[in-house]
Design a binder for this molecule. Sequence first.
Ligand SMILES: [Mg+2]
Length: 238
Amino acid sequence: MIFYSDFDGTLTKEGRELTREFFDILDLIAKYNHELVIVSGRSLSWGHFFLTHFPLRACIMEGGGVVLYLDDNGEIVEKPLVSQIEIDRLASFTTNLKNHFPGIPMSADSFGRLTDRAIEFHLMDAELIKEVEDFMVQHKINFSKSNVHINFWAGDISKYLGVKQFKEAFRPDIKDENCWFFGDAPNDQSMFEFFHNSVGVSNIHHCLNRLTHKPRIILEGPENAGPKGVLNYIKKLC
Ligand SMILES: [Mg+2]
């Protein structure tokens, strides 16, 4: 089986803390010879951290913009899932955005990003957020909100497209019924829309009314929040 999972708020407690449940999830998956693939809006640089420090073979970062995997020699390979033209268009738009909105709080890891950039929206008031979003629409730049960032990118990127391309290129033999996805926020919606075995951990209730596409299974109760919910659900499947 492959367990695809969002990171912030799904594998971490309240988007801030790595708890023992995360390591129990890693142990359980290793015990049964399954695989965990993190699918996160965090940067490519975070993907290097994940593959270096956790027993993972691949992860899908920047909201589906780039796959990182270990080759046969154990070296990390980066595979962008959008064209160089779109990567360049994003770079020039970002310069334009920063000139238009001086002091806009770019995320600290924006310099480590390749296929998207991120803004710390909790540092902005609602009016400024709206102006920034309108500016992105005008310039045909796509964006979505996670529970920590507004992520924006050029071209066709989503967590679902990232997973689909990863699956076709790297894990073609794993049947759909043996693949699961766990998430907790609006930026997981492409997976909730198109991926059959989707599970929302119980903290998704904070944003459920803002979701156009909801997970097929929604966990309940504080005992199923974040990594606790993932661990409990995986235990039932193993
Ligand atoms: Mg999340």
